[in-house]
Ligand binder design. Structure first.
Ligand code: CMC
Length: 426
């Protein structure tokens, strides 16, 4: 059997042969990098529905089976057995850390969580009603100016430093963006707190680091809240070549600073077809308002003349179920009583889910609830405001972006991303 793919131009009867490259998992690819040279034609694939843009060994998705793996390990296993920081370590090092490595990694990130004093001035330049995503994207970009001399990287240690720094600082940037948006003073990270607890602390604490206390005199950041948010970060950590990751790789291909590439990734994520959907889901549930109105909005979602879409439904790759959504649905059920999840929003969400999963329109188009459908209800219960839902996605995804950036930089044969077009103008 020949390991190639032949394409025939029926206009000219010429045939062209291209190599087939086999994947470790999932579909093989046809290497068309010589397509133009051989045929003098371009390929056309808007939205990249049939295009593999790179070779990677970080994350694998089987959209038909609803499978997601980081470095070969299933997401449900990682979400149940590992902390988010262990998952970060796994993505960056291709192996889970042992106890000592885990402790060192955690400690290093705590030390790196502080922001340069100069960067803090940037937040003040934004209007108080700025969306935190705008501030986040700018702050990530500004970070490149503080670490610009690290642009040329020579060693693995420097790659790791570049990665660890931005992973550690992102929760602080996000928390400061939020505090600025409500006119509250910044709360510095607390070195005695873990990654996830620290983020909740920086959002919630009063000046001087004081917290609300419960009736027993304990600070009100409950273990269960930390666990829930940590799981949310893990489920968002990487997702193969999605729009924001592709953006990061595209910027990387020009040789720009990694933090600028991540800033571009943050901007790409903000859109409601991508990470911005988590904020839109809750806004939509609030707009629907009550279970009685659900049918009306389902009808709108199905109407081809209406632009209305059910937020939190559908995915380019998952055509069976989104395993991240499944894990979050289980978490949501687990936390229902403990976290007193908003019953009205939950009721509306449950009704939408029930109808959509049995409706021909959604079944025939393979539209299932995605991760964003469930994350909002849990984030609301964690007292995280709506405007911070997508920044939470950013915090979780930063490790994925920087890991993909490192993988790109380590490739020996890279080319600037430069697609062509089908020109129909004058
Ligand atoms: N509600 C109603 N109809 C939908 C929806 C929806 N949420 N999503 C897709 N469709 C319909 C669409 O109208 C089209 O119908 P038809 O074939 O009759 O024209 C068909 O399903 C295929 O849609 P598409 O836009 O071609 O599919 P896509 O794979 O390009 O888009 C998507 C994927 C996620 C952008 C889309 O499903 C969507 O807009 N969903 C809502 C936003 C959302 O929840 N985004 C979060 C994605 S998960 C988080 C992440 O990883 O980014």
């Amino acid at each position: 059997m020949k390991n190639s793919f032949t394409i025939i131009n029926n206009r000219t009867n010429e045939s062209f042969e291209f190599d087939i490259l086999d994947a470790a998992r999932g579909p093989s690819v046809v290497d068309i990098s010589t397509f133009y040279a051989k045929t003098k034609m371009f390929t056309y694939d808007p939205g990249f529905t049939s295009t593999a843009s790179c070779i990677s060994d970080i994350t694998f998705i089987d959209g038909e089976k609803g499978e997601l793996r980081y470095r070969g390990i299933e997401i449900s296993e990682l979400a149940s057995n590992n902390s988010y920081l262990d998952v970060c370590y796994l993505l960056l090092n291709s192996k889970l850390p042992n106890k000592e490595e885990s402790k060192d990694f955690d400690l290093e990130l705590r030390h790196r969580s502080f922001l340069h004093e100069g960067l803090k001035n940037l937040f003040k330049a934004f209007p108080s009603n700025a969306h935190p995503m705008a501030t986040l994207s700018s702050a990530a970009s500004a970070l490149s100016s503080f670490y610009y001399d690290h642009l040329v990287i020579h060693s693995e240690a420097e790659y790791q430093e570049m990665a660890r720094r931005i992973i550690a600082k992102m929760p602080t940037i996000a928390a400061f963006a939020y505090r600025h948006s409500i006119g509250a003073p910044f709360i510095q990270p607390d070195i005695d707190k873990s990654f996830t607890e620290n983020f909740l602390y920086m959002l919630r604490a009063y000046p001087g680091g004081k917290m609300h206390r419960n009736a027993n005199g304990e600070d009100i950041i409950r273990e269960i809240e930390i666990k829930a948010l940590d799981t949310i970060f893990t489920l968002h950590a990487d997702h193969e070549q999605n729009a924001s990751t592709t953006t990061v790789r595209t910027v990387a291909s020009t040789g720009a600073h990694p933090y600028v590439a991540i800033s571009a990734g943050i901007s790409a994520l903000w859109g409601r077809a991508h990470g911005g959907a988590n904020e839109s889901v809750i806004a939509q549930l609030e707009m629907i308002g009550s279970v009685e109105n659900v049918d009306k909005f389902i009808a709108r979602a199905k109407d081809p003349e209406d632009e209305f879409r059910l937020m939190g439904f559908g995915h380019r790759v998952y055509k069976n179920f989104d395993p991240r959504a499944k894990a979050l649905k289980e978490l949501q059920d687990e936390l229902k009583v403990e976290l007193n999840l908003d019953s009205n929003l939950m009721e509306i969400a449950n009704r939408i889910e029930q109808i959509a999963l049995s409706d021909e329109y959604f079944i025939s188009r393979k539209l299932y609830p995605n991760i964003d459908f469930y994350s909002g209800v849990i984030l609301t219960a964690l007292q995280i405001p709506k405007s911070m839902f997508t920044p939470v996605f950013v915090i979780g995804r930063t490790v994925g972006w920087i890991t993909q950036w490192i993988e790109y930089k380590k490739e020996t044969k890279t080319k600037i991303s430069r697609p062509r077009q089908l020109y129909l103008g004058k």
